[in-house]
Ligand binder design. Sequence first.
Ligand code: NAD
Length: 283
Amino acid sequence: MQKNVLDTDLHGKVAVVTGAGGVLCSDMAKVLARAGAKVALLNRTASKAQVYADEIVAEGGVAKAYGCNVLKAEDCKAVAAQVLADFGPCDILINGAGGNNPLATTDKEYYEDGDIDADTRSFFDLSPEAVTGVFDLNFVGTVIPTQAFVPQMLGREGCCIVNISSMNAYLPLTKIPAYSGAKAAVSNLTQWLAVHFCHQNIRVNAIAPGFFAAGQNKKLLYNEDGTPTARTGKILAATPMGRFGESAELEGALLFLVNEKAAGFITGICIPVDGGFSAYSGV
Ligand code: NAD
């Protein structure tokens, strides 16, 4: 009997995952490898990705770790050439590297009288370098790997890109204006790239994770003693399902988007995986 289209088989495909040394994207790399793809795990610090590449190989998959700073075009080009030599041309690119910086984060949600001069990090104290850094990491760090790997997709069939956006793309969260703006830009870029490359048969979509406890948001979600912050309480109250997501819960959206049979006519969308956060008005 014919299997249904959701049975994603990636044998013969090469997948590249940036930020693969992190919590969510290491899991994405494993998901792609279990579906049969050869996976290149890229991370600024190679050793962080190496751990997960080793785990994939130990499970019987094909994977290799590469040190790659997504903000350096020459790094990305060199790694793209190395991946091509090791595995063949890239079919699937996951632009997962991203994150925030405490120096681009306000201490308070609302401006209060006197904050401009007080010993608190107000909007006026945000370091322009940190704001630029966060914007670059999330937005430019999606553009540069795309420039490096799309040439390997041109003239071929069945290639796709999945960018990682955020709830901030729908409505900005308090305190993190640079990250919010950058992720809104990632969603916008996803649509732009989808249109730009549609005649090359390259589909470009995004996933917007809701709240998953991970490295980049640990400081906002947990106090130093490990107790949840007040922000964690607000997030869970605003998530109708009342809990954080588990990184394994991104698997379905990822496999769907990279599956040519299931999602072959889908490009330029962003799938929220958020326990209802983006649907809830708070009332
Ligand atoms: P993480 O901090 O665990 O992983 C991010 C990884 O990116 C790290 O391994 C880090 O070393 C790497 N990285 C940072 N700068 C880099 C650079 N210049 N070049 C290459 N690699 C670099 O965070 P995560 O939560 O797993 O986040 C993965 C993606 O998901 C990010 O884009 C993040 O913004 C997004 N996201 C996360 C959540 C969440 O709740 N955790 C929610 C929405 C979106």
